[in-house]
Every structure is written in C-alpha cells, then in structure tokens.
Ligand binder design. Structure first.
Ligand code: CMC
Length: 442
C-alpha cells in the first residue's frame, strides 16, 4: 500500500521514520528501567505499513509494572525486588501476593492472604473424577492443561472478568488449586491414591505432601527439601512477557475466562524451547552419559545441520548467566548432600558441560549461558520427582505470574484484543477452476 500522509518535523522524544521520502513521527515512551519503546500504534493508519518482527524480538506487546529483567547484567526483579533476595527471605505465597498486588504485604495482609489461598486448595470432587478419564501413561502436563481448563466449568462464580472481586477470587483459586492438580496428576501417573491438601502446611510443604505421602506411612518433609521446593517456586513465579505469559495475555485479551487463559499458558509452557526444557535438559545429560562424550555433544550443538541444542542453555533475554540458574546451582549441592548423594554423576557432568561450553568460542560469541532449566531438574530428581513432573512444577509456580499479568492486562485502560497482522506472500486472487486444473505437486 502507498504511504498515506506526510508527517511534520521531528519533536523531542519522538523517533523519525522515513518511508519513500515521507517522514513519520513516532512517540517514544520512557521506561523506568531498560529499553524505551517507539510507539507505532498509528503507523499503519498513517503510512499503510505494518512492522514485521517474527518472535517479537524487538517488540514490546504491552506496558507492565510486574517484572523487570536486565538480560545483559543478569538481573531479575519482581516488583523491583531482586529474586535472589526473595529466594533468601521470602516464600512462594508472599511472592505471589507481591506479584499480584504490586507491593509486599504487611503481616496482617499476608496472614489474610494465606488464609484466602488455603481456602481454595481443594478440588470439587466431581472434578477429581476427570483424572480417571486419562490414560495412566498420560504426561502429567496433559492432565495439567486439561484439568486447569476444566476449572472454568466448576467455579462459575469467578468467571466475570469485569468484576474485580471475581478476578481476585479466580486468581487465588488458580494459584491454590494448581498445586493440587499437579500433585494429583503425579499420583494418577504412578497409580497411587490422591492425597488431599493439608492447610496447616506451607504451600511448598503441602505440594510435597500431596505428592509423596501415602496412606500406609507418615511422610516427614525435611526442612531443606521444602525450602528448596519453595525457592524453585519463587524463582519460576514470573518472567515478564515470555511465550506462556504472552499466551495468557493474548487469550485474555478476547475476554476469555481466567481458567481458560491459564490453561492456554500451561500448554505454551509445555514446549521444549520454554518450560519443557527442564525435562529435556535432564534427559540430555542422561543421553550424554559421561564426561568423555561432552565434546561430541558440544560439537553437535554447534553444527547447524544437526537439530541438537544444549538444553538448559541460551535465552532470548539473558546474554549473561541466568540469575535463577546461579541460585539453583548452589541449592543443587545442598539438596544432594542432604539426600546422601556425595557424588552425583549427572551433577558432575552438568558442571563439566557448563565449564567446557562457557570456554567454547561459539557459546562465548553467542552469549549462551546456563538458564533456569539447567540445574532445576537435578534438584527435582533428587527430591524424588520423575522428569515428566518438572514442567508441571514450573507451571504451578508460574500461576502467580500469569494471574498477576492477566489482572494487570484487564485493568489496563488501553488494553484491546490482541490481533497481530501479517506479511501475506500467498497466491493472488485466482479462479476456482484454475486451481482444480493445476497439476497437484503436493
Ligand atoms: N545450543 C546451541 N545453540 C544455541 C542454543 C543452544 N541451547 N541456544 C541458542 N543457540 C544458537 C542458535 O542456534 C542461534 O545461532 P545462529 O545465530 O547461528 O542462528 C543463536 O544461538 C541465537 O539463538 P536463537 O535460537 O536465535 O535465540 P532465541 O532467543 O530465539 O532462542 C532459546 C532462545 C531459549 C529458545 C534457545 O536458546 C534454546 O532453544 N535453548 C535451548 C532450550 C532451553 O533451554 N529453553 C529454556 C529457556 S529458559 C526457561 C524458559 O523461559 O522457559
């Protein structure tokens, strides 16, 4: 399409775009930290051009106050607080409150919020019957996607997205019930009876108890294990506009109910390039097997004709060590020492692989460092989880971020349905008969 309108002179805080000798002034919005953005919302109506950015590598899809990442420096903050500080001093419930409400709660608010969350840990008994419909060998993430979406059929008093009270009730239900659904997915896959939530326990303890206790004997949760679980939940709670969060926002932009939106987020998280990388990373380490094979696999990862990638390595935003991986690497050693693994060959292999990759010019030049998924699987395996549960645990933690980002989006006055445009490169108009008579080369 031809340019529609000539623009005026450049102003302060505007960018100038020249297309076919027509100049367009594009406002620049200031970020409190990180990159400012060029507002192109009027570009199409004024110029007839779309911008083209597959994978959103240079596109901010929304304004947000929830989470900040500095990928060059390896910084991650929730509502301005560094995750390392939260991992040291906070717990998952408090972090979820921080993400949703925007600031740390006082003691009274936190107590009330904890109570509101534990009020929602149980699942409707009818909903529990859903699990029986799955094959025993179903991946727990398949159950997680299905049962999360099914919540919308059971909690119909929190579906009105225009009612702030219902929105908050839905958010608390999602966070509380995610642990129960995740634990039941696990119990179903190993053929053990479901364990109901125990509201006397912390969020992390309750999840572990629902996964590992059995009716025939007591399950004592070691403090170091529940703390490790809590830290894993804190570190996975949010990560600004990643694929699954953007999926939740996009689904929500049409007015869909929050349970359906979060189920869409769980589905997006499942992929190996995203949350599924924790399972893939551990499986990769098992395939590599021993230190003698490391160089061979590093070469495979560098070979463009080979699909193999180092799982748990690289990140769209971090061009430095992922701060979450740094924390998890330390916890890994503590958890292994506690469970009595003096020398875990998989951990040793991971440390050696990291060391060699970080010395390799390919990884140095492309700034590929270990990400959160590189060490989390080793910890979760030591706690007793099979690899299929790793992404489930990621999704349980991420319910805090998804609901925080979803409520922020609904409250945003400029929010509208997400509707990307395209660069069409298909056929021009042609007659039906002409298509039929063409030789089919498919
Ligand atoms: N192993 C080997 N090469 C890699 C890797 C890797 N793990 N990651 C990126 N590269 C290369 C990639 O081939 C590309 O090379 P070139 O420029 O020659 O084409 C270059 O580095 C840039 O990578 P990219 O794929 O363009 O980067 P991206 O931002 O599109 O992808 C990523 C980021 C995380 C999907 C990718 O690094 C990857 O697939 N990593 C392995 C999977 C993984 O660990 N995912 C978890 C991400 S962190 C948790 C989460 O957010 O869910």
């Amino acid at each position: 399409m031809k340019s529609k309108k000539k623009s005026t002179k450049s102003k302060k805080n505007t960018a100038k775009l020249i297309i076919n000798s027509n100049t367009y002034q594009l406002p620049i919005h200031k970020a409190t930290e990180g990159s400012d953005v060029i507002n192109i919302t009027k570009l199409f109506s004024e110029s007839g051009y779309f911008t083209y950015d597959p994978g959103f590598t240079s596109t901010a899809a929304c304004e947000s106050k929830v989470t900040y990442i500095d990928g060059e420096k390896g910084i991650l903050r929730y509502r301005g607080i560094d995750v390392s500080e939260l991992a040291e001093k906070s717990d998952f419930i408090e972090v979820s409150n921080l993400l949703i409400y925007g600031d740390l709660p006082n003691q009274k608010q936190l107590k009330k919020y904890r109570k509101l969350i534990v009020n929602h840990t149980m699942l409707n008994e009818q909903l529990i019957k859903f699990f029986n419909g799955f094959r025993r060998d179903a991946h727990p993430m398949a159950m997680m996607v299905g049962v999360m979406g099914a919540l919308s059929a059971f909690y119909q008093d929190s579906l009105d997205i225009n009612d702030p009270h219902q929105r908050m009730t839905a958010a608390r239900r999602i966070i509380a019930k995610a642990a129960t659904i995740g634990a039941m997915s696990y119990k179903y896959s190993v053929g053990q009876p479901f364990v109901y939530p125990d509201n006397e326990l912390s969020y992390a303890e309750n999840f572990l108890n629902m996964c590992f206790s059995v009716p025939s004997e007591n399950y004592k949760i070691p403090k170091i294990i529940s703390r490790a679980m809590d830290i894993i939940l804190i570190l996975h709670a949010d990560h600004e506009q990643n694929a699954s969060t953007s999926t939740v926002r996009l689904a929500g932009s049409s007015g869909a109910n929050p349970f359906a939106c979060v189920a869409a987020g769980v589905a997006s998280l499942w992929g190996p390039a995203h949350g599924g990388a924790n399972q893939a990373a551990l499986e990769m380490l098992e395939t590599i097997g021993n230190k003698n094979n490391i160089d061979k696999y590093i070469e495979k990862a560098k070979d463009k004709t080979d699909e193999f990638k180092l799982m748990g390595f690289g990140h769209r935003v971090y061009k430095n060590y992922d701060p979450r991986a740094k924390i998890l690497k330390n916890i890994c050693k503590k958890v292994l020492a506690h469970v009595g693994v003096k020398k875990d060959p998989i951990l040793e292999l991971a440390i050696e692989l990291e060391k060699r990759a970080l010395k390799d010019s390919y990884f140095i030049q492309k700034k590929l460092y270990p990400n959160v998924d590189f060490y989390s699987g080793i910890i979760l395996r030591a706690i007793g989880f099979p690899p299929e549960m790793f992404t489930v645990i990621f999704s349980i933690a991420r319910t805090a971020g998804w609901t925080a980002q979803w409520t922020e989006m609904i409250d945003d006055p400029i929010q509208k349905i997400g509707r990307p445009r395209q660069l069409y490169t298909g056929n021009k108009s042609q007659k039906y008969g002409k298509i039929r008579s063409k030789k089919n080369t498919r």
